[in-house]
Design a protein around this ligand. Structure first.
Ligand code: PLP
Length: 424
């Protein structure tokens, strides 16, 4: 309580994933962003080393996206695609995503973001098995450190205990296996009973759970295990898609064909909230018969296929293609790793995880974290002083700069991070 008898905090805005006591004392109010740069209310300029929440892959303030939004607002500003309604941007977006997909014939369900799509994926998976004579296949398996959003089902399949705990019972037909051990997945499928397991959720590179790479061969192995046991392989590409790993989907860096793919974030460059779930033909088939009378998937967020949001996504896809941006996530991965790896020598740093795509994490040393568990948050504050925006993870900070960053700017990022360590 403050001295007026009300709860702390001058602003009623409740920030996600935030210590509101700390936010009440200090917050960064951003006013403007352009390219890889963002400015606060006092006019201070920061290098946006995380592309906001891993999503401004094309850099901020893309005129092409703003113009497409304005044009669409002047045509059809809002209309749902529930039932048999459609609009041109939604139809075109589905066509383009399906054409880019790693396997032919995938169907596209649209929504408002990543969590929306993860929850949709769970329901599609279970509905598929209910329609194909295996209604007992309800069990879901995910990975330690996995992050699949904060909706109900996505929270349930999460592998970060700090996020899954504290809510009372979630979906309990879920188990979590070590993120780096494919054999553990197979053991778990056999323990639960092959005939009961519906799907396995897998980020190509674990993102919010600490930027953790799977060991060589892991992705191919889990895809093969899923196929052999009739378990659907859900690739959660919400972070890794749209060039973050240097390919369209992220999962397509490996020679696997997921049954379902979730994407969001970079799909619109983060400008408007859109998620997409791609569903393999064999999974969607019961819902797409030749004649009317199909089972209805009784699921759909209000803003699914919103024409203005889809127009923003189409404009972003145009820029990714026109400027050949997707490959930059791979072309620049060594440059980013080369700048970050020397920081591992710093006495406060425990580990640098980099080298796959334009995403990385720098973990503080165990000693530092034991002495000051809030050190990642303090490092974020020190970064701001040094002119670079980074995000805290458990024990670490995350880096995922816009893909349009240039090599000299990556070097500047390294310098500012090194400076911020001195301020810690
Ligand atoms: N899945 C993954 C892998 C994510 O990283 C995220 C968000 O960071 C989500 C799902 C949830 O997406 P959203 O925050 O748009 O609901």
């Amino acid at each position: 309580m403050n001295d007026t008898g009300h709860l702390q905090g001058a602003s009623p805005l409740w920030h996600p994933f935030a210590d509101m006591g700390a936010v009440a004392r200090d917050k960064l109010v951003l006013e403007r962003a352009d390219g890889i740069w963002a400015w606060d209310a006092e006019g201070r300029r920061y290098l946006d080393a995380t592309a906001s929440l891993w999503y401004a892959n094309l850099g901020h303030a893309r005129d092409e996206i703003a113009a497409a939004i304005a044009d669409q607002l002047g045509a059809l500003d809002a209309y749902s695609i529930f039932g048999d309604y459609a609009n041109q941007p939604a139809l075109e977006l589905a066509e383009r995503l399906a054409a880019l997909a790693p396997s032919p014939g995938m169907k596209v369900f649209l929504g408002s973001g990543g969590g929306d799509m993860v929850d949709t994926a769970v329901k599609v998976v279970r509905a598929h098995f209910a329609q194909t004579g295996q209604p007992q296949r309800t069990h879901l398996i995910s990975r330690t450190h996995g992050y699949h959003g904060t909706h109900g089902l996505g929270t349930s399949v999460g592998g970060i205990p700090a996020n899954t705990g504290g809510w009372g019972p979630l979906v309990t037909d879920v188990s979590v296996v070590p993120h780096d051990d494919a054999a553990a997945l197979e053991r778990e499928i056999e323990r639960v009973g092959t005939e009961r397991v519906a799907a396995f959720f897998c980020e190509p590179v674990i993102g919010a759970g600490g930027v953790r790479h799977a060991p060589a061969g892991y992705i191919e192995a889990v895809a093969e295990i899923c196929k052999r046991h009739g378990v659907l392989f859900v690739a959660d590409c919400v972070i890794s898609g749209f060039g973050r790993l240097g390919t369209w989907w992220g999962i397509d860096r490996w020679p696997v064909q997921p049954d379902l793919i979730t994407v969001a974030k970079g799909l619109t460059n983060g400008v408007l909230p859109v998620g997409a779930l791609l569903v393999a033909e064999h999974v969607a088939a019961p819902f797409f018969p030749d004649a009317a009378g199909a089972p209805v998937l009784r699921h759909g967020p209000t803003y699914a296929g919103h024409p203005v949001c889809c127009a923003a996504a189409l404009a972003a896809l145009d820029v990714y293609e026109r400027d050949d941006v997707i490959r930059r996530g791979r072309d620049l991965e060594d440059a980013l790793a080369a700048v970050l790896r020397p920081l591992a020598e710093h006495p406060l740093v425990g580990e640098v995880r980099a080298g796959l795509g334009l995403m990385a994490a720098i973990e503080l040393s165990e000693d530092v974290l034991r002495a000051a568990p809030d050190a990642p948050a303090r490092w974020v504050a020190a970064g701001r002083e040094a002119g670079v925006l980074v995000r805290p993870l458990a024990g670490a900070i995350a880096l995922s700069p816009p893909l349009v960053i240039e090599e000299d700017e990556i070097a500047l990022l390294g310098t500012r991070l090194a400076n911020s360590l001195e301020l810690l």
